[in-house]
Design a binder for this molecule. Structure first.
Ligand code: ADP
Length: 461
């Protein structure tokens, strides 16, 4: 046993203690301080003849000592020594066993047999380091620290690493999903904007098709106004000034001006709007407004229009201009389909009626109909059988109807011609919620939002 005292980087005093009985040894160890290092070799017998096994004394010595104890067996460190360059008994036993096996295999001949060299490994007890205020940073590299204080990471390393890996994977998945969702939203918004632009462009095309009748519709009241102005002029110039007649003329002028103005107003509404504007729409009322554009065109083509709006007060949530566009597109197609038929058969029928939880708008013609082949393709983009057709009218109709959570179908009409049926869901329970004091506006706003969502989803799909 050696106890050495260090002063200013040098060992100033080395003492050797041999054969001390445990009680005296412990008492002496208790007088040391942590500037001292104790090197414990082995003790098999003390001076009183008492026998020991060397590692047996370590625990009480370590407990009593005020200086760190170093040694060279792993069992010392396990029982309370601070550390040392130690030999591992398990490793030692394994190597010895292997050597014995090899000797037996050779029948006891040890010539040329080499034994593996056992290396001492630096091993230090973290608890003892802390007890003596020694820093682990000053240990040589590769030194093993034992009995570290328990830590969740060390105790459950595998589980902690797996949990971390799962967390990281989850985080990455969430980030990827968020990025995807953002991209999808952008794409949806983009698609919605494109659809709005396309629908508007199609409305321009429709108005182009109606231009002859529109010119007539505006031109006629303007000519009437001119004639009435001439007539009033003549009355004023004549000796006989008839105020009542003048008043009648002015009333006619006002009526004609309003008529021309009404056509222009409808056109402007149809062409000006671009973005989807959802609100609660009285379907019959909205569709009836389109008649002022359809009827003049039908007259020009020698077609009789039969309209019957029986949808009652049914309201749908949607965009009134786009709903009018549906009727206009279908009506113009119906008129086109009757171009070749005899004048007497040219009847365009427009009707609405309440059906299960919705309203059905039906547009029927007595025209050429369609073959079962083309029936499959009617709603496909760019499918057209017309020399100057674009093949987008029905595609736009379907996209608008579906954005309003509705359905559109085409069937052959009994007796010849085609029947297009548009089903749209009506707003449910508005009166009830208003009575209950629940803001009707709230439920409408929610429905409007979901319609807009549906519109964007469908546009993308
Ligand atoms: P376009 O009118 O430019 O051809 P649409 O998408 O409106 O484009 O129509 C596509 C095709 O569907 C038309 O070319 C026509 O062949 C057919 N179609 C549409 N409506 C009718 C109808 N009422 N009767 C018969 N065929 C129709």
């Amino acid at each position: 046993m050696k106890a050495a005292r260090e002063r200013t980087g040098r060992w100033t005093q080395v003492e050797r203690w041999d054969g001390l009985p445990p009680a005296e040894l412990e008492r002496r160890l208790a007088t040391l301080d942590n500037d001292t290092a104790v090197l414990y070799t082995t003790t098999y017998r003390d001076r009183d003849g008492q026998r020991y096994f060397p590692s047996q004394l370590i625990a009480p010595m370590a407990q009593a000592s005020h200086a760190p104890i170093y040694g060279w067996y792993s069992t010392y460190v396990e029982r309370g020594a601070t550390g040392g360059a130690v030999y591992d008994f398990a490793e030692n036993g394994r190597a010895t066993g292997m050597a014995a096996v090899e000797i037996l295999r050779r029948g006891g001949n040890v010539d040329g047999l080499t034994f593996p060299e056992l290396k001492a490994r630096c091993t230090v007890s973290a608890t003892q380091l802390e007890r003596f205020g020694l820093s682990a940073d000053r240990l040589p590299s590769g030194c093993e620290l034992t009995d570290l204080p328990p830590s969740i990471y060390r105790e459950y390393r595998g589980t902690v690493l797996t949990a971390l890996a799962v967390l990281v994977a989850q985080l990455l998945t969430i980030i990827a999903l968020l990025a995807q969702r953002r991209q999808r939203r952008l794409a949806q918004a983009e698609a919605l904007a494109r659809r709005g632009e396309l629908a508007r462009a199609a409305r321009f095309a429709t108005v182009g098709e109606l231009s002859a009748s529109i010119a007539h519709e505006v031109g006629q009241p303007l000519s009437a106004i001119l004639s009435n102005a001439d007539a009033a002029d003549l009355i004023i110039k004549s000796k006989r000034l008839d105020i009542d007649e003048l008043r009648e003329i002015l009333a006619d002028v006002r009526r004609d001006a309003l008529r021309a103005n009404d056509v222009i107003r409808r056109l402007r509404a149809l062409l000006q709007k671009q973005s989807l504007e959802t609100s609660v729409v009285r379907l019959d009322e909205t569709l009836q407004q389109s008649l002022s554009l359809i009827e003049p065109e039908a007259r020009r083509r020698g077609i009789r229009v039969e309209s019957r709006f029986a949808g009652g007060d049914g309201e749908v949530i949607g965009d009134s201009v786009q709903l009018q566009q549906v009727l206009l597109n279908l009506a113009i197609n119906a008129m086109d389909a009757m171009e070749e038929v005899a004048l007497a058969r040219r009847v365009l029928s427009i009707s609405t009626q309440p059906v299960a939880s919705g309203i059905e708008l039906a547009i029927e013609d007595r025209g050429c109909g369609f073959s079962s082949d083309s029936g499959q393709r009617l709603f496909e983009p760019f499918y057209t059988t017309k020399p100057h057709g674009m093949g987008l009218g029905l595609t736009i109709v379907r996209s608008i109807v579906e954005a309003h959570r509705g359905r559109v179908t085409a069937t052959l009409r009994e007796g010849g011609g085609t029947r297009f049926a548009v089903w749209l869901p009506v707003v449910q329970g508005r009166a009830a919620s208003a009575h209950a004091g629940v803001g009707a506006a709230q439920s409408v706003a929610a429905s409007v939002q979901s319609t807009a969502d549906a519109a964007s989803q469908r546009t993308v799909s």
